[in-house]
Write a protein that binds this ligand. Structure first.
Ligand code: NAD
Length: 409
């Protein structure tokens, strides 16, 4: 089944409970616009390279579209559509005034030089500059893209449209980025987990965790959990997985990662199989890499009591059903990892106002918004007797649907 269809299955479950007609469902599911462009460049090596760039703009009923750009060989129409629609529902769950979009380029940045990446990014921006913009669609970092990539996009876009910092978020601090944006998704995951644990009369202190992925989301999540006294038992990246049953020394691991570009080889841990990490004994499993990693095949083996979705779409619908039946609490991506888009929203607001907020203010607002979203989703879930994921979709679809009706066709 396609990734877009997987996401839509969650939507349909909510739509059925909400009694939406087939036509209403089609209206909300169909992307507004899908852009696919050729990105042809001459690499530093002199070689000609051609990539395909994507931008799917799913829905803008509640505001301009918003979502990340991913540089990865797996990027295609289907992934972009699935991830764009998740952004529509995510921005609605946390009630930030955006719609949803997503895109990227089907390249492997590990095989490209810094100069090549810049060239590719600028070319892609030239190809899509007419459909993005501070009031149209605002890209942000995702897998294998970062503040530098956002700076190149802003620079290229500004050459054509005039100085426009608000065209992208996740920019460097020295180029109108926001305090707290880089760690925001990890910080948000920890704020949400704190609420989930509170409901179970527990706290972050002493809670044991396994994290798949040690990039932006995984490493900041580990850092904040460690600071709160949780035990990060194992982490992985694309090169392998490591564990320490006493809890990893996360600050030293981050220093190792910065130097070696991988968690593998960290002296304070032993190697383990990456698959085993997903099924190891721990309180909380945090998938924070790619989609579709919790599947029909491994869901029955997962021993964590809470799955906190740092990645987008890490759980297939079949796995979701198995986990729900087994009583595992799955905190869905559209709620759990919404800290990133929330602080992206703060960055956009600051860019538009030409005013700067401090980190304390940002974290206070981030926590308030995520607490509010979690409480709203829990209330919906309890009153309807449904999972957190279905409840989050009901809240989101209700908000997007109402905005659509109010605006009219
Ligand atoms: P990133 O590029 O910074 O890090 C990705 C990490 O995943 C790297 O450590 C990489 O080595 C690892 N990885 C890749 N393939 C793997 C595999 N097969 N097994 C184990 N690890 C693997 O990306 P990121 O920004 O941290 O994004 C991670 C996930 O979080 C994505 O699903 C993304 O959509 C989602 N997300 C990101 C943000 C954000 O603000 N960056 C916000 C919300 C959701």
């Amino acid at each position: 089944m396609s990734h877009f269809e997987d996401t839509n299955r969650y939507f349909r479950e909510a739509a059925k409970i909400m009694d939406l007609s087939d036509r209403e469902q089609t209206l909300l599911l169909t992307p507004n616009r899908e852009v696919k462009v050729e990105v042809a460049v001459e690499l530093e090596s002199g070689e000609l390279a051609t990539f395909i760039g994507y931008r799917v703009q799913h829905n803008n009923a509640r505001g301009p579209m918003k979502g990340g750009l991913r540089y990865h060989p797996t990027v295609d129409d289907d992934h972009a559509k699935s991830l764009a629609s998740l952004m529509t529902w995510k921005t609605a769950v946390v009630k930030v005034p955006y719609g949803g979009a997503k895109g990227g380029i089907n390249c492997d940045p590990s095989k490209l030089s810094h100069k090549d990446l810049e060239k590719i990014t600028r070319k892609f921006t030239l190809e899509i500059h007419e459909v993005i913009g501070p009031q149209k669609d605002i890209p942000a970092p995702d897998v294998n893209t970062n503040a530098q990539v956002m700076a190149w996009i802003m620079s290229e876009y500004s050459k054509i449209h005039g100085f426009s910092p608000a065209v992208v978020t996740g920019k460097p601090l020295d180029l109108h980025g926001s305090q707290g944006r880089e760690p925001a998704t990890g910080q948000g995951l920890v704020y949400v987990l704190e609420e989930v644990l509170k409901d179970q009369n527990r706290s972050l202190k002493g809670t044991t965790v396994a994290i798949q992925g040690f990039g932006n989301v995984g490493s900041y999540t580990a850092k904040f959990l460690h600071e709160e006294g949780s035990k990060v038992l194992a982490v992985s990246d694309v090169n392998g997985a490591i564990r320490n049953p006493e809890g990893l020394d996360v600050p030293s691991l981050i220093a190792h990662m910065k130097e070696k570009r991988t968690v593998v080889g960290f002296s304070g841990a032993e190697r383990m199989s990456p698959d085993e990490l997903l099924t190891m004994d721990c309180d909380v499993l945090i998938p924070a890499a790619l989609g579709g990693v919790l599947t029909r095949e491994n869901a029955a083996e997962i021993r964590a009591k809470i799955v906190l979705e740092g990645a987008n779409g890490p759980t297939t619908p079949e796995a979701d059903q198995i986990l729900n039946k087994r009583g595992v609490v799955v905190v869905p991506d559209i709620l759990a990892n919404a800290g990133g888009v929330t602080v992206s929203y703060f960055e956009w607001v600051q860019n538009i106002q030409r005013y700067e907020w401090d980190l304390e203010h940002i974290n206070r607002e981030l926590r308030r918004i995520l607490k509010r979203a979690y409480a709203r989703v829990c209330k919906e879930g309890k009153s309807r007797g449904v999972t957190l994921r279905t409840a989050a979709f009901i809240v989101a679809v209700g908000r997007v649907g109402t905005a659509t009706v109010l605006r009219g066709l």
